[in-house]
Design a protein around this ligand. Structure first.
Ligand code: G
Ligand code: G
Ligand code: MN
Ligand code: NA
Length: 254
């Protein structure tokens, strides 16, 4: 409860910061994009995990304004990367349930693209499969309007919720992100391996790019390479980093 009061001031007091985690294209081992991940630098408690405050933001409705801040921040970062010569990179942001159901979402995306001079195809929205499946018919409309803007859409945390395969085919989706829980036991004969292999092949057959999240070891990486995964993200390559450090990584790996 104390945290909730502090959260009300966090935005105006500039206590939020967006970190960025690189996503590596396995075809050329270069950074193809980054995922923006919010952090809260609390004046007394220090760094607070989004797992602890995103639910509070959701409950209070504050996620709407914080979500807009995230969107603008990611587009500003992208402008800096372009200015440094990284023109082929993308940036992804996570969209929560409340944001996804906000009737002004499309206007807010349009506004951010215009205000921050953002190339629309370079922006990707990550939406969890649970959000999409809550009301598939409603979700289809929202996704189609986002897709109509030219902004990319990725299904986040794939495999942990209840996806209807029929809807996966019907939704206008660009990418599928396999949840990190499936990486833990990624050896050739495990159940996780079967799920990851099947997810990659499903994504490709539905014409989607596929990203593996939470890649921490070379064994996992080699498995993903062998099974034709497109993009990988995880501590094995890089943690989420604040802006100046991330730009240094781009200079090394792009
Ligand atoms: O970065 P970390 O693993 O601590 O993030 C924990 C959770 O918080 C993840 O589920 C992630 O998707 C979510 N999260 C991180 N940044 C954002 C954000 O900007 N918006 C929303 N809605 N969720 C975020
Ligand atoms: O829910 P979502 O996929 O958006 O959140 C991704 C979360 O996973 C972020 O909080 C990020 O910090 C975290 N993360 C990123 N790479 C790794 C990894 O290799 N291992 C683990 N355990 N977590 C990771
Ligand atoms: Mn995500
Ligand atoms: Na995820």
């Amino acid at each position: 409860l104390a945290l909730e009061g502090d959260l009300r001031r966090a935005l105006v007091q500039n206590e939020f910061v967006l970190h960025y985690q690189p996503q590596i294209d396995l075809r050329n081992n270069r950074v193809i994009g980054t995922e923006g991940l919010i952090r809260w630098q609390h004046p007394v408690r220090g760094l607070v995990s989004p797992a602890d405050f995103i639910p509070l933001l959701e409950r209070s409705g504050m996620i709407i304004s914080v979500g807009e801040w995230v969107l603008h921040q990611a587009c500003k970062a992208h402008r800096d990367w372009r200015a440094a010569g990284f023109n082929d990179i993308r940036v992804s942001v996570n969209v929560s349930a409340t944001q996804f159901n906000d009737i002004d979402l499309l206007d807010k995306i349009r506004y951010a693209l215009r205000e921050e001079d953002m190339p629309k195809h370079a922006l990707e929205l990550e939406i969890t499969e649970n959000i999409l499946m809550r009301d598939p018919a409603g979700a289809t409309e929202v996704l189609e309007s986002i897709n109509g803007l030219g902004v990319r859409i990725a299904v986040d945390d794939f495999g942990t919720g209840y996806s209807s395969l029929a809807y996966l085919k019907r939704f206008p989706l660009d990418a599928l992100k396999i949840d990190q829980t499936f990486m833990t036991d990624l050896t050739d004969y495990s159940g996780d391996a079967a799920i990851v292999e099947a997810s990659i092949s499903l994504a490709h057959k539905l014409d989607m790019e596929v990203t593996a999240e939470g890649v921490e070891t070379n064994t996992q990486l080699e498995f993903l390479r062998t099974h034709d995964c497109d993009v990988v993200q995880g501590y094995y390559f890089c943690r989420p980093l604040p802006m100046p450090e991330l730009t240094n990584v781009l200079h090394e790996k792009t």
